[in-house]
Design a protein around this ligand. Structure first.
Ligand SMILES: Nc1ncnc2c1ncn2[C@@H]1O[C@H](COP(=O)(O)OP(=O)(O)OP(=O)(O)O)[C@@H](O)[C@H]1O
Ligand SMILES: [Mg+2]
Length: 451
């Protein structure tokens, strides 16, 4: 972050500065444990903890200023709402960076694949800010913006749409030079009346593109393709008719490969679905002026960066854990089942799955489908964890699973025990569920149980 004065911040957020008039801020944090000398500590009031109680710790770690919604001891700026103030701060900060420098802001939305695409771009573009993890909401996004500096050439932002209006707000903070639409799936469906309404929300990202900017659209998703015309200019990507059109799509050992403009690209990432994310990242990088040779090599070499996303680990006992437990939606479950089948070839496949959360009324049919899908694909063992996911177990039994082909356990501990008792060398175990189910802990435990 480029240093800014306390006065500048107070002006940007419309807040009142109490002491600390002479300080300069060189980073912004929301966790007192991340505070370093020069930090602005933003105090949020959460369900469990009140950040104001940790301001002392932030100051002790070197923070020079706090952003607060009630007075505290020490230099601070008081505002009515810290989240809104953080957004305003990021908006003004980015506007200044744009005015003084040469920064290209890239925003990525879509029901699945935002983090994966961002992580690939971070391995393709020079002088890039694209932090590990998701950071796609009204707090994470401004913090990401504030981590850019004068030396940043590309700022890659993930933009999530969990409720109507989210994308309009996020693009107000960070107007885009390049806006990427990956797919309209059914994640976060609970907040929307229909997929069309969700598509309309996603399309608002394109309204946030600046004059002269470009929208990069997945031509293979009809709801995304229908958005062309909403951006000042459009570039499409896909495996059929598109501006950036790949051909000869295949997989090798669960890894996607395809041809593009004379280059053969084989991803290091696991899962056929990453072909779409890679192609999106490539379309962006080409638009940024990178050569086809460079982006092809970078796409093939790109490794998983953010944890729990299709991470394949082989334990010393010969059991492989496919950890895709960061989150789950119908599309990503479908993709993960198929990757599991490919990766497990030769050994037995286990899918240990937890609930897909935030599905609203679509929840029961979506879980029903999982059970059927697992059986039809021939996944050897389906372990369903937790009541919310139970319809997947019932439908697997209805679809013809018997004995121990489909199993139900109520808790993660039981799942862990079951897997420990049953897996054999050569087996591959997929672990996947929505973040809130905590199945990522099970993935960590299974990987840790290395003997
Ligand atoms: N095009 C795709 N189709 C289906 N599944 C996908 C696709 N892209 C990624 N996934 C899967 O979706 C899950 C989430 O991926 P990723 O973290 O990249 O998405 P995200 O859009 O950032 O999610 P979130 O909204 O939780 O931040 C992973 O299991 C990943 O393998
Ligand atoms: Mg993400």
């Amino acid at each position: 972050m480029r240093g800014v004065s306390a006065h500048w911040i107070a002006n940007a957020v419309g807040g009142v500065l109490h002491a600390g008039a002479e300080v300069t801020v060189t980073s912004v944090v929301k966790d007192s444990r991340d505070a370093a000398p020069g930090a602005l500590y933003a105090a949020f009031v959460g369900e469990q903890v009140d950040g104001h109680d940790y301001a002392d710790k932030a100051f002790a770690a070197g923070a020079t200023l706090a952003l607060v919604s009630r007075p505290i001891d020490g230099p601070h700026i008081e505002v009515a709402d810290v989240t809104v103030a953080l957004g305003a701060l990021a908006m003004h900060y980015l506007a200044d960076l744009r005015r003084d420098g040469d920064i290209c802001v890239i925003g990525i939305t879509g029901s699945n694949g935002k983090t994966s695409t961002k992580d690939m771009l971070s391995q393709m573009l020079p002088h890039v800010v694209a932090p590990v993890g998701s950071h796609n909401n009204e707090i994470g996004l401004p913090l990401t913006v504030l981590s850019a500096g004068v030396e940043t050439r590309y700022l890659v932002l993930e933009m999530g749409a969990s409720a109507p209006g989210d994308l309009a707000y996020l693009t107000t903070i960070a107007p885009l030079d390049i806006g990427v639409e990956l797919m309209v799936g059914s994640a976060h469906m609970g907040a929307y009346a229909s997929r069309e309404e969700l598509a309309e929300e996603k399309a608002t990202l394109l309204n946030g593109i600046v004059a002269g900017g470009v929208g990069i659209l997945n031509a293979d998703d009809p709801l995304v393709n229908a958005m062309s015309g909403r951006a000042p200019r459009t570039v499409t990507f896909g495996f059929g008719d598109a501006d950036v059109a790949a051909t000869d799509r295949g997989t090798e050992g669960g890894r996607a490969s395809f041809s593009l403009r004379g280059e053969r690209i084989t991803l290091s990432l696991i899962g056929d679905h990453h072909a779409t994310n890679a192609l999106a990242a490539i379309a962006v990088a080409l638009e940024c002026g990178m050569s086809i040779e460079h982006v092809s090599a970078a796409a093939s070499a790109a490794l998983p960066v953010s944890p729990h996303r299709m991470a394949l680990r082989e334990r010393t006992d010969g059991v492989r854990i496919l950890d895709d437990a960061y989150n789950a939606s119908p599309e990503s479950m479908r993709a993960a089942f198929r990757a599991l089948k490919e990766v497990a070839s030769g050994g037995r496949s286990w899918a240990v799955i937890g609930e897909m959360l935030e599905m609203g009324e679509a929840s029961i049919p979506a879980h029903d489908f999982l059970g059927e899908d697992a059986v039809r694909l021939g996944i050897d063992h389906l372990v369903v964890v937790g009541q919310g996911a139970r319809p997947a177990y019932i439908s697997a039994v209805r679809e013809g699973s018997w004995g121990d082909e489909a199993l139900f356990v109520a808790t993660i501990d039981e799942a862990r025990q079951l897997v420990a008792d049953r897996v054999e060398p050569g087996d591959t175990v997929l672990v996947k569920g929505s973040h809130g189910t905590g199945l990522w802990r099970l993935a960590d435990q299974l990987i840790g149980e290395d003997s």
